[in-house]
Design a protein around this ligand. Sequence first.
Ligand code: ARG
Ligand code: ZN
Length: 881
Amino acid sequence: MRDADPKPVRLTDYRPPDWLVDTVDLDVRLHPSVTTVIARLGMRPNPLGRHGSPIVLDGDELELKSITLNGTPLGGSAYAATPSSLTILAPPQAAVTLQIETVLDPSANTKLMGLYRSSGTYCTQCEAEGFRRITYFPDRPDVLAVYTTRIEAERDEAPVLLGNGNPVERGDVEGTTRHYAVWHDPWPKPCYLFALVGGRLDGISEPFVTATGKPVELGIYVEPGKADRASYAMDALKRSMRWDEEAFGCEYDLDVFNIVAVADFNMGAMENKGLNVFNDKYVLASPETATDTDYANIEAIIAHEYFHNWTGNRITCRDWFQLCLKEGLTVFRDQEFSSDQRSRPVKRIGDVRLLKSHQFAEDAGPLAHPVRPSTYREINNFYTATVYEKGAEVVRMLKTLLGEEGFRSGMDLYFDRHDGQAATVEDFLTCFSETNSVDLSQFALWYAQSGTPQVEVSGHWDADARSYRLDIRQTLPPTPGQPDKHAMLFPLALGLVGPDGKDMPLNPDDGTNTAGTVLLVSKPEQSFLFRDVPERPVPSINRGFSAPVKLNANLGTEDLTFLARHDSDPFNRFEAGQTLALHHLVSASGQSREGIRIDDPTALVEAMDASLNDASLDPAFVAQVLSVPSEGEVGREIGTDVDPDAIHAARRTLRHTLGEALRPTLERVYVQHAPTGTYSPDAISAGRRSLRNASLDLLACTGGEADIARALTHFETADNMTDRFFALSVLAHNAPDVREAALTAFHERFKDDPLVVDKWLALQAQIAEPGALDRVRELTRHPAFSMGNPNRVRALIGNFATANQTQFHRLDGAGHTFVADAVLELDSRNPQVAARLLGAFKSWRSLEPVRRASAERNLKRVADKRDLSPDVADIVARSLG
Ligand code: ARG
Ligand code: ZN
């Protein structure tokens, strides 16, 4: 067991390792309950470490069998071993070979960290600190070694044996029913990138030739019988590989690249060198079982993990505080890939929606932390929206500030200078300041200061002087551990839209700090002056969401409506409509305190109608325009004493109003975008479906008989999962009378497919009605549900807690109690999944007093439980802190 209240790790305490590992030779003899691991480590003292130090290795639930140093068995007084560490007390201060034999039980590993079994398949997850559950090792990312792995197993049980790097040898173990495979990875890597897989798997394979003509064999392995569902992932992989060569000059560097899909996985996927392991949700797809969103996620995550080969693997992190160095950068890269493969503006809208719903919520509550935290108790709790999504925004701002070429020169230098190293955020930024001759010290605050900057903008047109002035004020609210902040440096992309709806030329006054159409904001208060502005413009600020800030541009209904119709920047055109809707929802939920009120939604209706009738617009974009801000976003806008029921009611009423008011247009759009030909997951076809479905949805929100009948027909005649599942959700949320029959029919059809059953569970968890909690409780006893499978838990309980605000935050506290109970039950089985679920309480302080009290009571109940995992202990302590 690990200590439940471990000392916090601090960035400022970093010291280089005392011992280095050059080579790792592993011999892993797989067995369901007694797997033997023999590790031969070629080690030497680190010239940069403390001379004369013992060799201290990490472990976690390990059982030591034997140990030799330079071939000689070590006596009991020469070392100290516990399940969580192994110390060689007085090693010679020279290169040594340490051989350690341990045993572990993969079947008992319910944490899904280290070596475990998923539906009978042996697989591993080592990031962040799972390798120490396989063998004793200096488990830190700045120890890089060359690995050779021999994997041995029963031939029947595990005909497929995969490791990192290239295959070198395989054969039978003579006189037994066992066989083995040897893999060698020539690229030095930290142990968190180690992986092995053994199992009865089907696979598909395809050849790839790199830019310089090197052949690579690509493989995707899945559960038997599912190979036909891996072809989209394979296609996405090949496109990713080509894209990284073209966009970043990054070429693949091994003879093989394998992906394995497993059913039990804590996260999305893992970038192990040459052997990515995936949650099967992000590999398996067919038109009958996967939605357009699933296809887009598969494409993005396949790309993400592949891109880690350079940003993460060839250049890794010095320590876990630098996690954003690989994650933020790699998310930025996968976003750019998807933008190039699909519609860039629609991708940007989706990414910003995700940022606002997850990251802004995190930044506004007790779990707020910097993109690069300075302290942690449990690193697994920092695989967050802040590190990933805000981390990507910081890289995006860097690119906006430096321009395409300036950004690329810094990236080129980074790849060149730090290849083979474990680097830091400072190393990364230095590459950009050197190639661009700029000082990035103020910009670096984005890595250190948590919280979402609030930016107030007001514009003043001077008719006589024919000039326009923008006054900008930035503030950064206090966050845990950071009461006072410094002003940030960020790019604010700007357009001044003239009365004709066209952008006016921008003539910045001398001394106004701009780069083209981008304002460089760096002071708490700053004004920007523009000359030759003959007419009053409407300012379009933060175009493309150039900075991840909460903007208040002080625009009234008229100006917002104007931007929603005319802004040449698609993101801000979308955003103007969202702001209109947000203002309306805040006042309609009866909770507006100050600021702009929009009681009458007519302007919003007209703006939406205009977009629906504009044939030049991408249907996928129009679908986004039709979707009003989430309940969570409205709650954050309100800020304190939030009543989720009032928000839900306001949103429901608004959607009803929109459905009625836009009826003729929506009906026409629905018919116009009827499917032509067979299903294809491409962005254009998906965009047509999304607009047609958004129309179906708004119409059904009215509850009209014909509208429900339309949804039912849509459900029954669908030939793909996107349409079928969308219609099912429309029915589940809007048609209590047909809901049960439709849910039953859907389950009957797909009951043998766990990933589709997850959709069925998730949908029921999201029904915003008082019966939802009983239904969810009942479903936890359904044979399809299991507390042991993270996907099932997230689908049912996770969605209840994060996507059903009124029922999770029930006034009687029963929703909170249920989720807290689930966290406690899960904690002994899988702490990572439990801790993540507990994160659903993160906005509890902004609730009105009754709900706030119930959340606090339940958090305290969790905190009081004995023997909490470090994961849950950390989240609950920070939530209450
Ligand atoms: N590096 C993985 C990714 O690409 C995430 C793995 C995190 N796993 C964990 N148990 N913390 O995003
Ligand atoms: Zn990643």
